[in-house]
Design a protein around this ligand. Structure first.
Ligand code: ADP
Length: 169
């Protein structure tokens, strides 16, 4: 099981082997953490996303899946893009949110990444309640069976940090 650490701050300032992006399925950029990663990481990331769209991801990246690109100018070797589910009170999409963490760690294992930084996937524009998102994130990482040594959750604000801290213990 990886060591789980928590940091409050901007994930684009982190040093890690891989930084996970809460992308959308277009892979062509968006707001929130996605916008921040492309801004600080520079155009190389978008260029590689475009190549993926022109290749085997012609229809975009499905929700719950993950794919790696260069990290451009970020202090990392790779960005792993994953697409979180939009929260729905009517439908339980927890498996898709868990899949984002599992698939990102699977891709990290394939790359040989030992340290991976995650944002709180789906808790921004996609409106997933923080406490529930934190529970799913921490449980999934603990049971993923990954060779990643450190999973670092990088929480943008105090509320998110508290929600994750309550789950990590
Ligand atoms: P989603 O569409 O998956 O909800 P968002 O980017 O809107 O993605 O939000 C996901 C989480 O990332 C939110 O908790 C938001 O506060 C946080 N966030 C936004 N910018 C950053 C950043 N630079 N570093 C870390 N977390 C961020």
């Amino acid at each position: 099981m990886p060591t789980i650490t928590l940091v409050q701050g901007d994930i684009t300032r982190e040093h890690a082997d891989a930084i996970v992006n809460a992308a959308n399925s277009s892979l062509l950029g968006g707001g929130g953490v996605d916008g921040a990663i492309h801004r600080r990481g520079g155009p190389a990331i978008l260029a590689e996303c475009r190549r993926l769209r022109a290749g085997h991801l012609g229809k975009g990246l499905p929700t719950g899946r993950a794919v790696a690109t260069t990290a451009g100018d970020l202090d990392a070797r790779w960005v792993i893009h994953t697409v979180g589910p939009v929260y729905s009170a009517a439908e339980d999409r927890s498996d898709l949110l868990a899949s984002c963490y599992r698939e990102s760690l699977r891709v990290a294992d394939e790359l040989g990444a030992r340290t991976v930084a995650f944002p709180a996937i789906s808790t921004g524009v996609y409106r997933w309640p923080l406490d529930d998102a934190a529970r799913i994130a921490v449980e999934t990482v603990k049971t993923a069976g990954t060779s990643v040594a450190e999973v670092r959750f990088v929480l943008f604000d105090d509320r998110a940090h508290q929600a994750f801290a309550a789950r990590v213990g």
